[in-house]
Design a binder for this molecule. Structure first.
Ligand SMILES: [Zn+2]
Length: 192
């Protein structure tokens, strides 16, 4: 399947190169914002169809995603697979299924994210699904920035685009050292 290219992300305004101060406070030469890519429903739908096609061999019975980031893409993957979609939320720090959502015992569950970085939140969702008696059969994401081909081995994992996003604390940032002005993503130099 075709996947998504950096050019697609750039055209959507969802990928920028320069010198950015991320919300974490770290500096980076790259900025990715999946929400901007998904802002166009047709793009979200197509991304969901592609991920679904790559993972449907897992005989998925439900898709579960962590809110907020995974909700739009998870819903689109579930739509393409014709299965229910549930999302998890953090309650007092712990990942939980609220709103009456429940994983049926034995369900074959696909966990879908927007971006996999360390895979930490994905693993929390996987643990929650297993605790409820579900069987995690795979993981899908739009972006893989883990630096690994599959951080969830032996489970199948598919991402539509692999991107490295280097980050540094300001004091170790080579772009600061080179005197390049830093901008907050979403604003342009000189903009309020
Ligand atoms: Zn910097």
């Amino acid at each position: 399947m075709a996947g998504i290219t950096l050019e697609d992300m750039t055209q959507a305004g969802a990928y920028l190169e320069g010198h950015f101060r991320l919300s974490s406070g770290l500096h980076s030469p790259r900025y990715l914002q999946c929400a901007l890519y998904l802002a166009e429903p047709a793009r979200a739908e197509a991304a969901g169809r592609q991920l679904a096609a790559r993972l449907k061999a897992q005989a998925v019975q439900a898709v579960v995603s962590p809110a907020l980031g995974g909700v739009i893409i998870g819903h689109e993957v579930a739509r393409a697979l014709g299965v229910p979609f549930l999302f998890t939320e953090r309650t007092e720090g712990a990942m939980a299924l609220r709103r009456g959502f429940a994983v049926e015992p034995g369900w074959r569950v696909l966990v879908v994210e927007d971006v996999v970085t360390t895979g930490g939140s994905t693993r929390e969702v996987m643990d929650l699904v297993r605790k409820q008696g579900g069987v995690v059969v795979g993981v899908g994401s739009i972006i893989n920035r883990s630096g690994q081909e599959n951080p969830f081995t032996p489970l199948p994992f598919s991402a539509l685009l692999a991107v490295e996003v280097p980050t540094w604390p300001a004091e170790a940032c080579p772009l600061c050292a080179a005197g390049q002005p830093v901008v907050k993503p979403g604003s342009r130099p000189g903009q309020a």
